[in-house]
Design a protein around this ligand. Structure first.
Ligand SMILES: C[S@@+](CC[C@H](N)C(=O)[O-])C[C@H]1O[C@@H](n2cnc3c(N)ncnc32)[C@H](O)[C@@H]1O
Length: 380
């Protein structure tokens, strides 16, 4: 949806990435506009090093591009959206320094703006990472929808940066004001977090999984992933296998351990996920694997892949869930060679078999239980 966000700095046409005419979701919300209005009305000096953490689709970076901010995000899609939104606003891409959550943050931060992420763990990790650059005079303002800001969110700011309070709610959004206290005795960053897999999950049984903050099911094995690990296809010879939406990489690592000749490609749109997958793989295997931050299989040559394994993301918003799964499945169809297979695990109620039948002309049930199904589609 291409929509206009009105701010004290002007109006901006903003869109999510990739743009999808079927998806009527805005690229900004009341939390973004509340923060921007507050900055203008309070006369906050936006000088020195301005850092924006967690900007969802680049709304904040685009509106503040004249202040040459640094944007830090875990999302490849957010970076692409920011690039496109800057171009729409007529700003040069170099106006915003785009960093990932894995990059080293600026050594000095004078203004820190935090769009509270959905994952509390990611907030914890990122506040720890930026904390050394925050000084007594740093202006720290967070923003989020009321339902995204909990006592635990405020406690993180308190524990890692300093005393914290919140604003009144406006249009269901709230601001967070934090006064940095440089002498704070903060704990060490607990991330990344490793745990050992249980028995009974095939080749990765008892193996170590490494999770950077914010990845899917970072502290335990997801029950759907467990079911998938128990029913993975046999891979033979020098097959090219893609772990699509790899998260911590446990699925692709299982394939690599079962078939050391397989060339496994781990793909995710989250920088934290791809870093986790690489760490999980390196902790357990030493073959040749590739790690790629990308939107699904975009950029993978057509017909170059033998097997795609996919546990698609499920968000609270059904439209997002559907369009991402559709993009992943259609990308897999393009990337697979004739005879190549896509294996998908999903909640039974999501009805993925209908999408697979439309795209591939076939869909076979490999395994199922009360909650999950594993489906196989073959490229004809
Ligand atoms: C349900 S998790 C599965 C993680 C892992 N494969 C597992 O089974 O534990 C879905 C993953 O898809 C990733 N994802 C979401 N949108 C994506 C996209 N457009 N391209 C690539 N990966 C994406 C998410 O970041 C997340 O890691």
């Amino acid at each position: 949806m291409n929509d206009r966000m009105s701010t004290p700095w002007g109006e901006y046409a903003l869109a999510r990435f990739p743009e999808d005419p079927r998806e009527q979701l805005r690229a900004w919300d009341a939390a973004d506009t509340y923060l921007l209005r507050h900055l203008a009305e309070s006369g906050t000096p936006l000088t020195g090093s301005v850092v924006i953490l967690g900007d969802r689709w680049g709304a904040l970076a685009t509106a503040l591009s004249a202040h040459r901010p640094t944007q830090i995000t875990d999302s490849f899609l957010a970076h692409e959206a920011t690039r496109a939104n800057l171009a729409r606003a007529g700003a040069e891409e170099a106006a915003v320094q785009l960093l990932t959550t894995q990059d080293t943050p600026p050594a000095r931060i004078d203004v820190l703006l935090v769009r509270v992420p959905k994952s509390l763990a990611l907030l914890e990790d990122q506040l720890h990472r930026v904390a050394p650059g925050v000084h007594e005079g740093t202006v720290v303002v967070g923003t989020g929808m009321v339902k995204e800001i909990h006592t635990s969110t405020l406690k993180l700011f308190e524990r890692i940066l300093g005393p914290t309070r919140t604003s009144l709610a406006e249009k269901k959004a709230r601001l967070i004001f934090c006064t940095p206290f440089p002498g704070i005795a903060r704990d060490t960053n607990p991330w990344p977090y490793s745990y050992q897999l249980p028995d009974g999950v095939g080749p990765v049984s008892g193996r170590t999984v490494v999770n950077h903050a914010g990845v899917f099911c970072a502290d335990r094995l997801d029950i759907g992933t467990r079911f998938f690990l128990q029913h993975l296809p046999r891979s033979r010879g020098s097959e090219r296998v893609v772990d699509l939406g790899c998260g911590n990489g446990v699925v692709g690592t299982a394939v690599a351990l079962a078939n050391p000749e397989a060339e496994v490609l781990f793909v995710d749109e989250s920088y934290q996920a791809v870093a986790s997958a690489e760490a999980t793989y390196r902790a357990n295997a030493d073959g040749s694997a590739e790690f790629r931050v990308s939107d699904g299989l975009a950029g993978i040559p057509a017909g170059s892949v033998d097997l795609v394994l996919n546990n698609p993301p499920f968000h609270s918003h059904q439209a997002t869930t559907d369009t991402t799964a559709w993009r992943m499945f259609s990308g897999a169809r393009r990337a697979l060679r004739p005879g190549g297979e896509l294996w998908v695990i999903g909640n039974r109620h999501l009805g993925y078999h209908l999408k697979l039948r439309r795209l591939f002309g076939n869909s076979e049930l490999v395994a199922g239980d009360a909650k999950f199904v594993i489906l196989r589609a073959v490229k004809k």
